[in-house]
Design a binder for this molecule. Structure first.
Ligand code: ZN
Length: 142
């Protein structure tokens, strides 16, 4: 495992747009602020969600849509480069009215009700995602 020391720059904080696609909005904000490497966190609520689970045997994502309002208990992710552009990779935990939590890999199709995000840029060269044979995923360099 190769770890890289990074410096943290000034963070960006802000409200996320009602009705926007959560993943697309985070990606758009990274592009707008020139963030190619960093971390992201957010809390808030969504009108509906779409999350993925990576089926390790089949080597493909299985997605589920949750067609009801949910709280964002936690969204954590990172920003790096894939195919030459900033890519947000985020996982999300969502709670329903009874406080039951489910979560997974954040996918497009998760629509914001309200959100507050922190984008934390890192200095240095961003990791560039590449195909990883053992997992079938597009991962950071080993
Ligand atoms: Zn993931």
């Amino acid at each position: 495992m190769a770890m890289q020391a990074v410096e943290t720059g000034k963070a960006f904080t802000g409200r996320l747009a009602h009705g926007a696609d959560l993943l697309a909005e985070l990606t758009r904000l990274c592009t707008e602020h020139g963030i190619r490497f960093g971390r992201v966190e957010a809390i808030g609520a969504v009108q509906r969600a779409r999350i993925g689970f990576y089926d390790q045997a089949a080597r493909e994502y299985v997605f589920q849509a949750i067609e009801r309002p949910l709280e964002i208990v936690s969204l954590l992710g990172n920003i790096s480069i894939k195919d030459g552009a900033p890519m947000v990779h985020a996982h999300i935990a969502l709670a329903d009215r009874e406080g039951r939590v489910l979560g997974g890999h954040l996918a497009e199709g998760t629509i914001l009700f309200a959100g507050e995000a922190v984008l934390q840029p890192f200095s240095g060269p961003p990791p560039v995602r590449a195909f990883d044979e053992p997992t079938g995923l597009s991962l950071w360099p080993a």
